[in-house]
Design a protein around this ligand. Structure first.
Ligand code: 5AD
Ligand code: SF4
Length: 461
């Protein structure tokens, strides 16, 4: 019998993308075939995000589309997995299309849930009842699931993501993550390093370490407390691994000097720091339950720039958090100008059920004002990014090639095996240049001939 085909659609962040890869990898081992096509799939899984309402709305509209397909093909199995599955649980079965609901902390059960749904034509649910309660047994299951991951199911075989910690204990007032991904759990450094070695043996050249507050990683073993810097040192020793990145960092002093020292001292550790500020007002940071002041944040950034020459900083900002006055918003604009980020991600505040902000604060900033502030902040950043990018003109940068670029940036067409390739520098600049498809996964040197705020353009040297 032909293998059953599974289509996985992924919404959301890098964590979710990694979960999708892990699920694909596990389903491959369980004898399923992964398909890029919904139309011919026997099973469709939607890996969902709950961070903003808009992300959940997109999932519902995709479910609407699947309901139509299911009217023609009632045997199609539809699963909702990830953050929204954990948040809404059985409620999701009210949607006609849904057969499987599986939270992020239960993903090792997916092959079993699918087999159950296929065999009995019944609904199956796996969510964690008390999501904030530590659960060593489940942590072990997640760890094994994580470690078994191979690059066979991903497009970019030269890059891999390795989660070094799960969950989050920060409880920023607006954020749903602690309620859907559970408590912060750091993985054993030995397991992480073994996994990185296996990935290197499979041809992986760049590893990105993942955690919601990745710089807060800590694991006590053999009488020593291991922090992110220790993991960076260990992974740097692995031959074949050329670049190591880590995202996302929380603004704190804890382990900071060790991490900066590792970045400055280890050539393989990329000089890129994604450290969200969220806003530029002390009053608002307090309301958001972020545990630093604007001055502290600026001091951390200054320290990074001093100790790690050439470091590029990226950040996240939320606009339109309750009671954000024009004056408070001006604080964010001022912070963006002071930090001179490489790029920022700006989000319009979206109240999330269950969070402190949703319970105790009124979403009192209109959509129109949120939209305007969003655009204004991005415009300020665009000018800074434009300047920073401009400094690369005429210079040669090292790039890890991802593959043909999806967007048509250059005038050259994709013909005669000559493609517009896209890749990134160690500092995470996106670089577009012409070359052959075989360069995907390789390191190349590119001379920059043109720049835009988000992209560098150039020629292979
Ligand atoms: N509304 C808007 N943005 C949010 N983020 C997290 N929760 C919310 C929310 N409720 C943003 C933060 C975080 C990024 C991943 O998403 O900026 O850093
Ligand atoms: Fe959410 Fe804050 Fe945790 Fe980031 S650190 S995942 S914003 S609670």
């Amino acid at each position: 019998m032909n293998a059953r085909k599974v289509n996985i659609k992924c919404f959301g962040c890098q964590m979710n993308k990694l979960d999708s890869t892990l699920v694909a990898s596990a389903l491959g081992r369980a004898g399923f075939a992964i398909s890029g096509n919904v139309e011919n799939a026997d099973i469709v899984l939607i890996n969902t995000c709950s961070v903003r309402r808009h992300a959940e709305q997109r999932v519902f509209s995709h479910l609407g589309h699947l309901k139509h397909i299911k009217q023609k093909r009632p045997e199609l199995i539809v699963g909702v997995i990830g953050c929204m599955a954990q948040r809404l649980g059985v409620e999701l079965f009210e949607h006609k299309a849904v057969d499987i609901v599986c939270g992020s902390t239960q993903i090792p059960k997916i092959p079993e849930l699918i087999n159950k749904a296929l065999g009995k034509q019944c609904q199956s649910l796996a969510v964690t009842e008390q999501i904030r309660k530590p659960d060593n047994k489940n942590d072990k299951a997640l760890d094994d699931f994580e470690s078994a991951y191979s690059t066979a199911q991903q497009n970019l075989s030269s890059q891999a993501f390795v989660r070094i910690m799960r969950g989050c204990n920060k409880f920023c007032s607006y954020c749903v993550v602690p309620y859907v991904r559970g408590p912060e759990v750091s993985r054993n450094p030995k397991t992480i390093v073994e996994q990185a070695k296996r990935l290197s043996a499979q041809g992986v050249k760049q590893i990105t370490l993942l955690g919601q507050a990745v710089n807060c990683y800590k694991y006590a073993t053999c009488g020593k407390m291991y922090c992110l810097a220790d993991v960076l040192y260990e992974i740097s020793k692995i031959s074949g691994i050329e670049w190591v990145k880590f995202i996302t960092s929380y603004p704190t002093d804890i382990f900071y000097d060790q991490i900066l020292q590792a970045m400055a001292g280890l050539t393989k550790v990329c000089n890129y720091l994604h450290m969200p500020a969220q806003c530029g007002s002390d009053k608002m940071l307090k309301a958001m339950n972020r545990k630093y002041s604007v001055n502290k944040y600026l001091e951390l950034i200054e320290r990074a720039k001093e100790r790690v020459p050439g470091i590029e900083i990226a950040g996240d900002f939320i606009v339109g958090y309750p009671e954000e006055s024009e004056e408070i918003f001006a604080g964010s604009v001022s912070l963006v100008k002071k930090v001179r980020y490489k790029n920022i991600f700006v989000f319009k505040y979206s109240p999330r059920p269950g969070t402190k902000a949703e319970k105790y604060a009124q979403d009192d900033i209109s959509q129109e004002v949120k939209r305007r502030r969003n655009m204004e902040l991005l415009a300020v950043q665009e000018e800074i990014s434009g300047h920073l990018a401009g400094e690369f003109l005429g210079k040669t940068v090292r790039v890890l090639v991802e593959g043909p670029s999806k967007k048509a940036h250059l005038e050259a067409e994709n013909k005669d095996n000559h493609y517009q390739l896209v890749g990134r520098t160690a500092e995470d600049w996106i670089v577009v240049f012409g070359g052959t498809k075989e360069l995907a996964g390789e390191f190349v040197d590119v001379k920059i001939t043109k720049t835009s705020p988000l992209t560098l353009f150039g020629e292979l040297t």
